[in-house]
Ligand binder design. Structure first.
Ligand code: ARG
Length: 471
């Protein structure tokens, strides 16, 4: 007679029809506890809502239900105190909690999983976790936006070089430049809010895939967990990971924005640009070259964008070939989301610190803004307005003035009136007033433009919009 392994060697929760325990490799590839233990509190919340509903619907007796709820309370206290013992043999967070409940209260623990599957359970836990992550993301985005707004208000009239193609284009104000990032963050906030609103349907009660024969109340569990309503289709409820994709897509776009700002900081703090100075708190030294001040935090924010993009692409790829409904592939959904959340958390905190502390070098900014004939457009605009000539003709005149200044090795404003008149004799002395960088930025007072008056109103407007989005 073949020897039978003791049933206790197999999984205590699902091992009844198995004669032998899983191979060590099988156990290792299957276990997710090291990852999904982060959803322990969500798992408890889901079980509490489920148990309460089972009691109300008389699917579980009041006595057993009370014991289960008391056990869950105790497990929550153990978790919060860091006293909960996680076991890889129990695969995942759901079975770890259930096994602990059985150890604490005995037989009634087995009634908790009535009318529930790990499939609707994990979808519910994970969705709750992602909703919490979205709330934290929104708060962090708002904090960075506020730091940018404070600097923008301070530097509404600070002139700096504006670039296209990373070539000096036209003078702008530093406040205006920072407000461009505020716009990105306001869109990010809006995206996070929309993602939160789309994740308002509770998977709980979908069962393994088809629903259940027990008279459950999905509206009650949805409500208890803060969802607006139950997910409409049980098959979709257990297969849907759009909420995770939404989170990762939002996170990826946030990281694009942070990375671009990080790149600008890296450029600006070089001695060659020298436009801003980061605080010592956000700068590192070199172990070899004593003069160095490296913008490591900015470089790391730029570099960490890659892992968030990778996470998004990774999960898209995991899901793209899966038939309905649940497949174990889906267990791979959590690492990229948790990693993105940790990365965002750190990147936003670092960026907020850098922005809050940074000092603009207004003198160097102004000097850099005046180099490279940055007011050539202003010369052309003046010619259009004062001489009533077409812009194309004015552009030609300004271009010749730039060539003359370049030959002479001076800036546009340093050309003499005679030299300008040699290019076009209609030019008169009024033009010089237009060629300073201050005048150049002040004149660009069109809606959304860089003029200090516009920037001051834009800061107020953006604060109002931020309040509306962040509340
Ligand atoms: N640990 C699993 C996961 O994260 C839980 C769901 C398991 N469901 C199943 N039918 N084996 O996806």
């Amino acid at each position: 007679m073949p020897t039978r392994k003791k049933p206790s060697a197999a999984n205590p929760l699902w091992g009844a029809r198995f004669a032998a325990a899983p191979d060590a490799v099988m156990a290792r590839i299957n276990a997710s506890i090291e990852v999904d233990r982060r959803m322990a509190l969500e798992d408890i919340a889901g079980s509490r809502a489920h148990c309460t509903m089972l009691m109300r619907r008389r699917i579980v007796s009041r006595a057993d239900g009370r014991r289960i709820l008391a056990g869950l309370d105790r497990i929550e206290r153990e978790l919060r105190a860091g006293r909960f013992c996680f076991s890889a043999a129990l695969e995942d967070i759901h079975m770890n909690v259930e096994a602990r409940l059985a150890a604490l209260i005995g037989k009634p623990a087995g009634r908790l999983h009535t009318a529930r599957s790990r499939n609707d359970q994990v979808a519910t836990d994970f969705k709750l976790w992602v909703r919490g992550a979205l709330d934290r993301l929104m708060a962090d985005l708002a904090a960075l936006a506020r730091a940018l707004l404070d600097q923008a208000g301070r530097h509404a009239a600070t002139v700096m070089p504006g670039f296209t193609h990373l070539q000096l284009a036209q003078p702008v104000t530093f406040g205006h430049h920072l407000l461009a990032y505020v716009e990105m963050l306001l869109r990010d906030l809006d995206r996070a809010r929309a993602a939160r609103a789309r994740s308002d349907e509770s998977p709980l009660g979908a069962g393994a895939l088809a629903g259940t024969s027990f008279p459950i109340d999905r509206r009650a569990t949805a409500r208890a967990l803060g969802f607006a309503r139950p997910a409409a289709n049980s098959l979709d409820a257990v297969s849907d990971r759009d909420f995770a994709l939404d989170y990762l897509a939002t996170a990826a776009i946030v990281m694009v924005h942070l990375s671009r700002l990080a790149e600008e900081l890296v450029l600006w703090v070089t001695p060659q640009f020298g436009l801003v100075r980061l605080s010592d708190a956000y700068t590192t030294g070199s172990s070899m070259m004593p003069q160095k001040r490296n913008p490591d935090a900015a470089e790391l924010v730029r570099g960490k964008a890659g892992r968030v993009f990778g996470g998004l692409l990774g999960l898209l790829t995991v899901l793209k070939g899966l038939p309905l409904t649940y497949s174990k592939d889906m267990q791979e959904d959590k690492p990229p989301v948790f990693d993105a959340a940790d990365t965002l958390d750190l990147a936003l905190a670092a960026m907020t610190g850098m922005v809050r502390d940074l000092k603009a070098d207004a003198r160097r900014m102004r000097a850099a803004a005046g180099q490279g004939f940055a007011t050539a457009t202003d010369l052309a605009d003046w010619a259009v307005q004062a001489l009533n000539i077409p812009f194309r003709e004015a552009h030609h005149i300004a271009g010749r003035a730039v060539a003359a200044a370049e030959r002479k090795g001076v800036d546009l404003a340093q050309l003499s009136l005679a030299e300008l008149r040699a290019i076009d004799r209609r030019i008169d002395a009024r033009v010089f007033a237009r060629l300073t960088v201050e005048r150049a930025v002040a004149s660009r007072d069109s809606e959304g433009g860089t003029a200090p008056v516009r920037v001051r109103t834009a800061v107020r407007e953006a604060r109002r919009r931020l309040k509306a989005l962040a509340s």
